[in-house]
Design a protein around this ligand. Structure first.
Ligand code: XMP
Length: 321
């Protein structure tokens, strides 16, 4: 019988067996997956785990603080923050192809980690890298038998051949709902356990077109408003996630005050799902959609249009890239 408690117990034992007396690095993304993976590993090896948080500049508003303040407060883990915002922007300059973006972000991510490992190795024998890879990631990246590669998820595909770490993946057999139950079992706060999934490549794959600092600021502002209003309306548990996508290469004409505008649309992509393998578009109340639309177009200067994605998965994936 696979109870949540037995999953926790088994994984802690498996991690202890794999890592032995070694040391591990765990990248924290701000999401539930890496938080649960890190907490499991900390239960197994304690202070021999060091968490590394990379601010790749593709984060949503407030996420860095949530990791540095809330997660550390809840678990007491050792945390190192690396500010790599410039590096990622440089690497993504001029890139518009979705798969290329994913590969670049994944590659830079690993390189930053390898640098973090070199820095940490001065203090101890860090040979293991913890990742919060879930079962659907494994399947969609072609890791499962008889499946095709739909998108290269950056925590599975696109790793360099000379990867200097042995991977520890305690969530590899789990679906999202199971990960959340494990998180609660481990005593993580509800705010972390029920945070909506956010892709590793972050806002980089929610800007359709080239990723620039200005576009990131625009999307971050629109996304923060959408999340605020969904939370205020008590919708967080009704939706799986609601990506906000900036159509950076599209402009449309609008009017505001006395003036003509020529701005960008953002797309709201609210979805309901059990495990992200399939999804339905969420029928959000019109009043909530109206508040989000009004606030975004009033408060985010570059955005003059808000549109709603009413496509299920399949045929649409949840993310646009
Ligand atoms: P798609 O777009 O494939 O997304 O329907 C399914 C779920 O996975 C998330 N996602 C990712 N998660 N690394 C991740 O850890 C990634 O590269 C990645 N791409 C998509 C997405 O947000 C959705 O929850």
């Amino acid at each position: 019988q696979w109870t949540t408690a037995s999953i926790v117990e088994d994984q802690i034992a498996a991690i202890s067996a794999q890592v032995g007396a070694g040391r591990a690095i765990c990248g924290l993304s701000g999401g539930v997956d890496s938080a649960v993976a890190a907490t499991l590993v900390q239960r197994a090896i304690g202070d021999r785990l060091t968490c590394v948080f990379v601010d790749h500049g593709l984060l949503r508003s407030g996420e860095r603080t949530q990791v540095e303040r809330d997660f550390v407060a809840a678990t007491g883990v050792n945390l190192v923050t690396v500010d790599a915002r410039e590096r990622f922007l440089d690497a993504l300059a001029g890139v518009t192809d979705p798969e290329q973006k994913r590969k670049i972000i994944g590659r830079e991510f690993i390189r930053v980690f390898e640098q973090a490992e070199r820095d940490l190795k001065a203090q101890g024998d860090y040979r293991f890298l913890v990742q919060g890879t879930l079962y659907p990631d494994v399947v969609e990246s072609g890791g499962g038998a008889g499946t095709s590669n739909i998108k290269s998820h950056h925590n599975v595909g696109g790793l360099p051949e000379d990867l200097a770490f042995e991977l520890v993946e305690p969530l590899r057999l789990l679906f999202k709902d199971e990960v959340r139950r494990v998180g609660l079992e481990l005593g993580l706060p509800e705010t972390i356990v029920h945070r909506q999934p956010f892709p590793g490549p972050g806002l980089g794959i929610r800007i359709i077109g080239e990723v620039t600092a200005d576009r990131l600021a625009t999307l971050r502002a629109a996304d923060a408003i959408a999340r605020e209003e969904l939370t205020a309306a008590g919708m967080d548990r009704d939706i799986w996630q609601c990506p906000v996508v900036l159509l950076a290469d599209v402009r449309s004409v609008g009017v505001q005050g006395d003036g003509r505008t020529y701005g960008h649309p953002v797309v709201l992509r609210p979805v309901s799902s059990e495990d992200a393998m399939t999804a339905d578009w969420t029928r959000l109340p019109y009043e909530v959609l109206e508040r989000i639309s009004t606030r975004i177009t009033n408060e985010v200067a570059e955005v003059n249009r808000v549109v709603l994605d009413v496509t299920s998965k399949p045929p649409g994936t949840i993310e646009w890239e």
